[in-house]
Design a protein around this ligand. Structure first.
Ligand code: LLP
Length: 416
């Protein structure tokens, strides 16, 4: 079932008309569907049911505690990149033993906290990091479980800002460097080699880069095994794309199926780190048109959500669908630039959209569940939006709207 759908000309999130959510909690606000989150997570679990696996949701995509809670209850693991994300997972009831820790610049304090909680694996990205991790684990009298992040040098054919698997990126290590680092890891007394890790980019809409990467990694695993270095799990990262407009990304089941087919009889335990493919289409951003402004060059719809609430269009020229929450809305039929209140020309949500709009029209931006709220900021001293989770015919405020005093409370003026 589609968790967001028009019924009687009104957009619903599960069984709730989104207009009622805007009425109750104000705009801008993010609306998530528990059902949609569960469906996408289960698609991974089901496709891997008879294969040893761990699906670690990438917390950065949407780190609201309620989102983490919903996934933790389904047995999710979590991919984290900071101690902040680590503490969120713990606060939401996630199991530390199912956490993988990615990121290029983990601090010793972050490593120590993750070791204390007993995470599943550190995805190590450099020789310097490996040495620090060995030292931190030694000080705690513990063994740190490690994978090395390998850069298989495949072109993910996605936006350059979210492509991470090329040699020129700051992420991971080339194959030869990775082998050298595994040799070193095998010598260090406070490390335990667990797996091999890679993540080649985000919003991938084709299978071939994933399969290319996998082939490179399998060759590497064999080379390591020939030296007596045994890889016990293969972490293929995240990256599966979603449909925002007319993209045709593979279904989750087909993506997993293709990987399993490539592995054949080799029952290597698999780890995945999906973010977008779990959360993107489980969320909407609701925003109201404050004013329409028609100039000789453009028709502007000035809305109450800005680039501080949703930066993807400004940062990546991302296209997300925007529609009125009620069909047959009265108003002016035109091609609209939907722009926010922030004082930047780059502050737009969508351009040249054929829509019927008027002052007060409530709009929904679809596909906003991933990298929406989690990338939001207080730029222009704008309090961040409320977040609401719908569950059947219930709506729950899962993050209240920030207040002006929230904005000010960490700061102070000079003494005297
Ligand atoms: N694992 C690692 C190591 C990652 O760096 C990422 C995303 C993921 C997993 C999850 O990837 P996903 O399944 O969501 O594609 N802010 C950008 C996306 C940045 C992705 C960064 N890394 C956007 O809004 O498009």
């Amino acid at each position: 079932m589609d968790s967001f759908s028009y019924r009687d000309n009104a957009l619903h999130a599960e069984n709730i008309a989104v207009d009622a959510i805007a009425e109750k909690f104000g705009t801008p606000c993010y609306v998530y569907s528990r059902e949609a989150l569960e469906q996408s997570f289960r698609a991974y679990q089901d496709a891997l049911a008879d294969w040893p696996h761990l699906v670690c949701y990438a917390v950065k995509a949407n780190s609201n505690l309620a989102v983490l809670d919903v996934l933790a209850r389904l047995g999710a693991g979590f991919d984290i990149v900071s101690v902040g994300e680590l503490e969120r997972v713990v606060a939401a009831g996630g199991d530390p033993a199912k956490i993988v820790f990615s990121g290029v610049a983990k601090t010793p304090a972050e490593m120590a906290r993750a070791l204390e909680l007993g995470i599943h694996c550190f995805n190590v990205e450099s020789a310097a990091e490996l040495d620090v991790l060995n030292r931190v684990a030694g000080n705690m009298n513990l063994l740190a479980p490690v994978s090395i992040r390998v850069n298989p040098d495949v072109d993910a054919r996605t936006h350059p800002y979210i492509s991470t698997g090329l040699r020129e990126n700051k992420f991971g290590l080339g194959v030869d460097e990775a082998i050298a680092l595994y040799r070193r890891a095998a010598q260090l007394p406070h490390l335990e080699i667990r797996g091999l890790d890679c993540h080649i980019g985000s919003q991938l809409t084709e299978l071939s880069p994933f399969i290319d990467a996998l082939r490179h990694l399998l060759v590497l695993i064999d080379r390591l095994e020939a030296e007596g270095i045994i890889i016990r799990h293969l972490d293929l990262g995240g990256g599966l794309g979603v449909r925002y407009r007319d993209e045709q990304p593979p279904a989750i089941a087909d993506y997993i199926g293709a990987i399993r087919a490539e592995l054949g009889t080799r029952q290597l335990p698999l780890v995945f780190e999906p973010g977008r493919s779990i959360a993107a289409n489980a969320g909407l951003l609701l925003t109201r048109v404050e004013y329409v402004k028609q100039t000789p060059e453009h028709n502007f719809a000035l809305v109450d959500a800005g680039m501080n609430d949703m930066i993807r269009p400004a940062l990546y020229q991302a296209w997300l669908d925007i529609q009125p929450t009620r069909r047959q809305e009265e108003g002016i039929n035109a091609h609209w630039d939907i722009v926010g209140p922030v004082c930047e020309t780059g502050d737009f949500l969508g351009k040249n959209r054929p829509l019927t709009l008027a002052d007060g029209t409530l709009l929904a931006m679809f596909g906003a569940g991933a990298y929406g709220f989690s990338m939001s900021s207080n730029y222009n001293s704008r309090p961040r939006a409320a977040e609401i989770m719908v569950d059947g015919d219930q709506m729950h405020l899962v993050r209240r709207r920030e207040s002006i005093s929230d904005l000010l409370h960490l700061e102070q003026t000079l003494p005297g």
